[in-house]
Design a protein around this ligand. Structure first.
Ligand code: HEC
Length: 272
């Protein structure tokens, strides 16, 4: 009995070693949009194309200082999704681990500096086990260098990372996304302004913020307010009333007009 379990142990260690050495540079990170794969990069390819950084951080998951070899997250994203990845209209990003574990973070977090994809523990090349399940964090482990960029502050620190999946705005908020409109139009410019500046407080068709009124349901705002008043009001509501709605005097009238064009478009879209 003793002997056979010992033998089994050695055998599995041997297997692991084989798998590890074969897999080390063929370890793969998959990138997708809404679950559809758009790219897959092996460690070998990433090492060839990207700069490796040696980073020294306090790792809040190990609760100690660690030294890693890693790629800058922005470099990895640009290689995977293309150079303009930062202007992607994504709301969230999903991290899927080898064992199927998933975590979701706001996409905006990834735009910050300080994120790294670790591919090797510099002091322990076969990795140090992590978490209460004592898992092997490889092949990829995401970390942050800023001392406020911790898991407690909702920064993603997924280990055993296998898939990065971006959740697209248009699928999450279909009522806000202007369908069939080119990205070069005023309507689209208005949509982007609305998404960045207004949607945290206002909804269209009940998708979005709840602090202010819904601007499209049951009636579109332009059906009962004149555009002339609205462009003044949106830019400077404090001129009209004591209100919770903040002034937007940093926006030009041209920008406000594009928001109104967008709102009008969505009003017609809702009727189609
Ligand atoms: C911090 C929250 C907040 C933000 C951000 C905000 N609003 Fe408002 N908004 C409100 C609230 C609350 C009201 C309702 C009370 C009021 O009208 O004073 C309102 C009212 C409105 C109205 C209705 C006015 C009326 O009398 O019917 C319009 C139109 C409007 N907002 C457009 C916008 C647009 C466009 C943006 C983005 C540029 C925006 N709001 C940003 C909170 C906000």
């Amino acid at each position: 009995m003793m002997r056979s379990t010992l033998w089994m142990k050695w055998f599995s260690v041997l297997c692991l070693l084989c798998v590890w050495s074969v897999n080390a540079s063929s370890a793969k990170l998959v990138f997708s949009e809404e679950g559809e794969t758009v790219n897959a990069l092996t460690l070998g390819v990433m090492k060839k194309q990207l700069l490796t950084h040696q980073i020294d951080i306090y790792d809040p998951q190990y609760k100690k200082n660690k030294r890693y070899l890693a790629f800058a997250l922005h470099d990895v994203m640009a290689l995977a999704y293309g150079k303009s990845w930062e202007s992607k209209l994504s709301t969230d990003v999903k991290f899927v681990a080898l064992d199927g574990y998933q975590a979701v973070s706001p996409f905006d977090k990834l735009l910050e500096q300080g994120g790294y994809i670790v591919y090797r523990d510099a002091e322990q090349p076969d990795w140090e086990l992590i978490g209460h399940n004592q898992s092997n964090p490889g092949p990829f482990y995401m970390v942050w260098t800023g001392n406020k960029q911790t898991p407690k502050q909702a920064y993603p620190w997924p280990y055993q990372l296998a898939v990065i999946d971006t959740v697209e705005f248009k699928n999450q908020y279909p009522a806000l996304y202007p369908q069939q409109v080119k990205e070069t139009t005023n309507v689209f410019a208005g949509f982007k302004l609305f998404k960045d500046r207004c949607m945290k407080c206002h909804a269209l068709d009940q998708q979005g913020g709840k602090v202010g009124p819904d601007l499209n349901a049951p009636m579109n705002i332009l059906a009962y307010r004149s555009p002339e008043i609205l462009r003044e009001y949106i830019r400077q509501p404090s001129k009209f009333r004591y209100t919770q709605m903040p002034d937007h005097t940093d926006l030009s009238f041209q920008q406000i007009d594009s928001i109104l064009e967008y709102l009008a478009y969505q009003g017609k879209a809702a009727k189609r």
